[in-house]
Design a protein around this ligand. Structure first.
Ligand code: DAT
Ligand code: MG
Length: 150
């Protein structure tokens, strides 16, 4: 059975706009399995660790202050190909380049308010899951997996 996991996070704009449920719903109806969900008010240090690969980018200070502007909702989802498919479901980094039908394509406009985060590789997913859920996630057997996977 698939054990690939990804870290999906609703950013402050998504939380404030009441879009948590919309984003959760898309991953649920797709057939992915939720292993964890929590609202966080992370520290600046925690966010800088999450986004450490971008520390030299000119937009980094703005990104960190945006991420501190309201709580975020972090989630771990499991399923076959969930990292790459999760990124497709989110859309492109810039909402203007995101296809309709994707989360960013449907719900936002500017790159600095792009609503959601999704891990970009299996390796970064595992790093982010450890960072946000250091006490682990809930592993569970889902009754209808045979209706999702062949
Ligand atoms: P993604 O979130 O699609 O993985 P990323 O990891 O390159 O994109 O960047 C993280 C976030 O930083 C992104 O969601 C929004 C912000 N960002 C990226 N590029 C930006 C830019 N050119 N101007 C402003 N914000 C940017
Ligand atoms: Mg990224």
């Amino acid at each position: 059975m698939a054990s690939e996991r990804t870290y999906i996070m609703v950013k402050p704009d998504g939380v404030e706009r009441g879009l948590v449920g919309e984003i959760v719903k898309r991953f649920e109806v797709k057939g992915f399995k939720m292993l964890a969900i929590q609202m966080f008010k992370p520290s600046e240090e925690h966010l800088k660790e999450h986004y450490k690969d971008l520390a030299q980018k000119p937009f980094f200070p703005k990104l960190v202050s945006y991420m501190l502007s309201a709580p975020v909702v972090g989630m771990v989802w499991e399923g076959k190909g969930v990292v790459a498919t999760g990124r497709k479901m989110l859309g492109e980094t810039n909402p203007a380049a995101s296809a309709a039908g994707t989360i960013r394509g449907d719900y936002c406009i500017d790159v600095g308010k792009n609503l959601c985060h999704g891990s970009d590789s299996v390796e970064s997913a595992e790093r982010e899951i450890s960072l946000w859920f250091p006490n682990g996630v809930t592993n569970w057997a889902r009754g209808f997996d045979s209706l999702i996977y062949e």
